[in-house]
Design a protein around this ligand. Structure first.
Ligand code: COS
Length: 380
């Protein structure tokens, strides 16, 4: 399989790298420490077209597909995991509207979510429906008289939920039908009955806000219905298949950076009269880290290739996410170890990378859920 990049993709990689180094890296530690959403940088992402990856130019998008997302997200993740997560998760909403939206919805929402700099969010998880997403209880009951859906329920752990202008909410339009009664609805910030609850204080990803969203008799016009009635769970699962490749890209990027930082440090750090790079113990660490990271990258690219060539990719998306996220934890842990006491200090990015890497094993589906998905696909 040929994973070499086209000229356009090479240019995107260069642009992503320059933007990451010039704009994201200088504020990465501060954004994390102060738990501040990098507002200015998100606007710049929109101006440069990153927020419109995978969306038609006709609606303000930048075209491209999964590989373009992988390129941008992994470059961002090398310096700022919060920014990588913000972009990766934001893209779920415009891409879902591109795929399932009516012409009217595309014209209304896509320009806002692409060049317009408005953040998108994806609201599936509930306090009692995490891994078991099919047990979500939020309802959206149709009111014939007003031609509106009335939403009631609470979503939690929603990335970007507190700032998003456009949220795709999954709710039961027919609670008697379980997952087949779930539908997807576009809800705009400011809709009466829609409020932001608790904003979480997390171990990592300080710059990417995570919030509770509360719907109390929140009336949404029927025109905001996304896809068909009862199609919501499938829309969510398909969106998650794509999103999981995005998490694979985050994990791949942070691991690549951890390898590079470790090589640099090992060459500079002198102990016992020579650089620690001369010690076989360190060389073996680096050899393992580099090999496993290359393997993670190959699976992420493979999953992106399948997605972009229109082939089934549920299994490979789960495999690449499971593998890259476990590798990100393994590699950032060893990188921190190689840096010793310095790695534990906030002056170095290692401790942040280690904390940020951990979430990739949990969000967009835990490692355990990915094993369920992979086993089902492999053993059918
Ligand atoms: N693409 C399209 N359709 C899918 C799908 C996929 N990847 N996965 C499942 N479906 C469909 C099934 O085909 C089934 O359709 P029918 O009703 O027509 O038979 C329906 O969805 C229900 O599927 P299933 O029976 O497999 O659902 P389960 O309740 O067993 O749940 C898992 C499946 C566990 C895989 C799902 O709940 C999941 O992914 N959980 C993790 C959720 C998650 O990632 N949360 C993070 C949220 S964002 S931070």
């Amino acid at each position: 399989m040929d994973f070499s990049l086209t000229k356009k993709q090479e240019m995107l990689k260069k642009l992503s790298e320059q933007f990451a180094v010039n704009e994201l890296e200088p504020v990465a530690a501060e954004v994390d420490e102060s738990h501040t959403f990098p507002e200015e940088n998100f606007k710049k992402m929109a101006e440069l077209g990153f927020t419109g990856i995978g969306v038609s130019r006709q609606y303000g998008g930048s075209e491209g597909g999964t590989l373009e997302k992988v390129i941008a997200v992994s470059e961002f993740a090398k310096v700022c995991m919060s920014s990588a997560a913000i972009l990766s998760i934001h893209l779920i909403a415009p891409q879902a509207i591109s795929r399932y939206g009516t012409e009217e919805q595309k014209k209304k929402y896509l320009p806002r979510l692409t060049r317009g700099g408005e953040l998108g969010a994806f609201a599936l998880t509930e306090p009692d429906a995490g891994s078991d997403a099919g047990s979500a209880r939020t309802t959206a009951i149709f009111d014939r008289e007003t031609n509106e859906y009335v939403l009631n329920g609470t979503k939690c752990f929603i990335s970007g939920g507190s700032r998003a202008g456009v949220v795709i909410v999954f709710a039961l339009t027919d609670p008697s039908k379980g997952t087949r009664g779930m539908s997807a609805i576009i809800v705009e910030k400011g809709t009466p009955g829609f409020t932001v609850g608790k904003v979480e204080n997390k171990m990592g990803l300080g710059g990417s806000e995570t919030a509770e969203l509360i719907f109390e008799d929140c009336r949404v016009p029927a025109a905001n219905f996304l896809g068909k009635e009862g199609q919501g769970f499938k829309i969510a699962m398909q969106a998650l298949d794509g999103a999981r490749i995005g998490v694979g890209a985050q994990a791949m990027g942070v691991a690549e950076a951890a390898v590079d930082l470790s090589v640099k440090y090992a060459n500079e750090r002198v102990q016992f009269g020579k650089p620690i790079a001369a010690l076989q113990g360190i060389q073996w660490y680096i050899a393992d880290m580099a090999t496993k990271t290359e393997a993670a990258k190959a699976l992420v690219y493979h999953a992106a290739y399948l997605a972009d060539s229109g082939q089934p990719f549920t299994k490979m998306a789960a495999m690449c996410k499971l593998n890259a996220s476990e590798n990100a934890r393994f590699v950032t842990n060893l990188a921190l170890q190689i840096h010793g006491g310095y790695g534990y200090m906030k002056e170095y990015p290692l401790e942040r990378m280690y904390r940020d890497a951990k979430i990739t094993e949990i969000y967009e589906g835990t490692s355990e859920i990915h094993k369920v998905v992979i086993a089902r696909e492999v053993m059918r």
